[in-house]
Ligand binder design. Sequence first.
Ligand SMILES: Cc1cc2nc3c(=O)[nH]c(=O)nc-3n(C[C@H](O)[C@H](O)[C@H](O)COP(=O)(O)OP(=O)(O)OC[C@H]3O[C@@H](n4cnc5c(N)ncnc54)[C@H](O)[C@@H]3O)c2cc1C
Length: 410
Amino acid sequence: MEYVIIGNGVAGIHAAEAIRRQDPAGPITLVGDETFLPYCRPMISMVLEGAVPMERLPIRGADYYEKLGITPVLGRRVTSIDVDARRVHLPGHPAGIPFDRLLIASGADPRPIKADGLDLEGIFYMRTEAQVRAMLETLPSVKNALVLGGGLVGFKAAYGLVRRGVRVTQLIRSDYPLSMQVDRTAGEMILAELVRKGLDVRVGVAATGFFGRGRVEGARLSDGSELGCDMVVIGKGVLPALSFVPRDRIDIDLGILVDAHMETCVPGIYAAGDAAEFFDIARKTRWVNAIWPEAVIQGRTAGMNMAGRPVALQGSLSRNVIRIFDMDIMTGGWVDPPDSEGFQVVRRIDRRSGAYRKLVLDGDRLVGAVMVNHIEQGGLLIALIQRQAPLRMSGEKLISTGFNYRQLLN
Ligand SMILES: Cc1cc2nc3c(=O)[nH]c(=O)nc-3n(C[C@H](O)[C@H](O)[C@H](O)COP(=O)(O)OP(=O)(O)OC[C@H]3O[C@@H](n4cnc5c(N)ncnc54)[C@H](O)[C@@H]3O)c2cc1C
């Protein structure tokens, strides 16, 4: 059995390891366009901040590929997949690389923005170690940075730059931060706290263009104003990286549609991680949950199935613990369903301590939770959403068979 894996991110390497455990001899080729050792992508913001040196990023050693008997093809991008001939095509391999089982674990690319002047120097996306390396080289000459986006990556970039002594202005197109992760109440609390801390956060504004002589010197904003800056970081979310995937053969919505075995509609071709769209436990529909723990488990599951051990995943779940300028935020599941869905929503705010909790119940199942500060019980709430165990609210208690989760709202 010949295996090919596209993408040497965390989903790809977990798949390779799972295959090797089942099949000690089958040839595995891993194609990845990054040449760095497999690394912890979420930690690149800590490198920007100066909290972690670049050398601490790798999650596997220099002998990784050799030890596992993997043929790495690095620094190359797959350009197409021939589903009928069962080959992947990429520069330098005129006949393509044949496969019996293929995994698409190409992750995601930063969502591009529409604006003039994007080719100026000093404008960055923050997805790879190489991009952070380039940002660090520019930093000594940077005084004022503009961060676009109020999601996880935008905040991580803003925090890292502030810690480096750079003055940061953050533009958020929606009217509260983390709008994909939290509800309006939590978002407004986070915004108020950031403003109180002196961060220049502007909501409801976007950049329409950039100007400068060779290097960025400023941005034009949607409210008609201009803002001087010598660095821009674009963190406006991600999209699955699927330009090479034949859409007429492999079903794609936002991501590649997979079943519980991570298999696509084409037998023998699998997808996992940020590139895949899988059943979401909380939303009860398919969804792209582009987070690290999902990439790990989906990659591992795909690998086992590729090597002939049938394993099914129940579903995926969005979840995150986020620390923004001393605020702890935990979110899981579907945190802000429309009122029309008829879910029961229970909230508690303590303005004095800055703590907020919200639980979303679909009948007797917990489907979403947001916590701002005092997030100690977050892991328990995530487990309850994952297990979809029957629960009920009794006053302030969340009750499940045999358990009495007191104070979940305190
Ligand atoms: C700054 C930052 C902070 C983050 N913080 C968190 C966090 O706090 N918590 C969390 O859960 N998640 C976080 N994430 C998300 C997390 O990193 C991703 O969910 C995870 O890395 C996805 O793994 P993956 O293997 O699916 O894709 P990736 O890690 O993107 O790996 C895919 C690999 O495939 C390569 N590739 C793409 N196309 C091709 C091609 N055509 N040919 C060959 N190779 C290709 C890519 O270059 C990449 O190396 C963060 C991400 C970033 C950027």
